[in-house]
Ligand binder design. Structure first.
Ligand code: 2HA
Ligand code: ZN
Length: 274
């Protein structure tokens, strides 16, 4: 048996490849992290390096994640290549007892470090673990083109994006009744954008990065990939409807959104409705 036979790694690799097939990961775009369960760490442990690599400070602290282990894509690695050579593209990292540093315990066999967005992933995990009573395990960042296009023409507010996305496909208010948060344009890769994003993630399970992409969170790969997929599908419909050259004649009205919420038993963010 090889480490790539371990179920959690197989499912992680599949999600990377699914994102690639959707066209959300040009070049080295996007990144994925997964917080391993104790049982999964035990399954992977036999494959860990004899000597872990040195501790690396993250510039952010998540005390509630001290001692956790994460699967992460590597900085500069291409989602397209993950399925061909997981040990080159991916790593497992351990978080120290203060929750402010990581060390690589497996993977990135040809060198490298976890995703450049690891501080954002880590802080998002920290706040989502708190917000979901420990249920959140997956943070996923991608570059879906239609959603990015919307960030050039809509006001960059949580309310505007949530409303337009809810109204662009009937299932949206059911899939993300809390709406989406929006982070204005910032330099990616550091502690500053990590803190701004995690602030949104205290309230939302998805955060748009203006002119860049989307962060989503969830308890498992299906839900998290499904959230990315649903938001981008809605954005695709929005872009098509607004670029076809005909006036918008009808849409899902606010009372229709309320009716969906009633029928499906979800709580829409009331302050986003007229
Ligand atoms: O290159 O997506 O945000 C990875 C990224 C940076
Ligand atoms: Zn990105």
């Amino acid at each position: 048996m090889a480490i790539t036979d371990v179920s959690i790694l197989q499912r992680y690799i599949r999600m990377c490849n699914d994102g690639w097939l959707q066209g959300w990961h040009e070049r080295n775009g996007g990144n994925l992290t997964y917080r391993l369960t104790d049982a999964e760490v035990a399954e992977l442990q036999p494959y860990f390096d004899e000597t872990p690599r040195p501790w690396v400070p993250m510039g952010v602290t998540g005390a509630n994640l001290a001692g956790s282990y994460f699967l992460s894509t590597g900085s500069g690695k291409y989602f397209r290549n993950v399925i061909l050579d997981p040990a080159d593209s991916l790593c497992v990292v351990e978080i120290n007892e203060k929750g402010d540093s990581y060390r690589i315990v497996w993977g990135l066999v040809n060198g490298g470090r976890p995703t450049s967005e690891f501080p954002s992933h880590f802080m998002n995990h920290s706040v989502r673990v708190k917000a979901t009573g420990g249920a959140c395990r997956v943070i996923y960042h991608a570059h879906p083109g239609n959603l990015i296009a919307m960030t050039y023409v809509l006001p960059l507010t949580d309310r505007d994006f949530s409303r337009e996305l809810w109204k662009s496909a009937t299932e949206c208010p059911v899939v993300f009744p809390g709406g989406v948060g929006v982070v204005g344009w910032m330099v990616p890769g550091g502690a500053e954008i990590a803190l701004a994003t995690s602030k949104k993630m205290e309230e939302f399970d998805a955060a748009v990065w203006a002119h860049h992409g989307l962060f989503v969170s969830g308890p498992d790969f299906d839900t998290t990939f499904g959230l990315m997929h649903t938001i981008e599908k809605s954005a695709e419909i929005w872009v098509k409807a607004h670029s076809v050259g005909l006036p918008i004649l009808q849409t899902i009205e606010d009372d229709d959104l309320r009716a969906i919420a009633r029928e499906f038993g979800v709580q829409l963010r009331e302050e986003f409705l007229d």
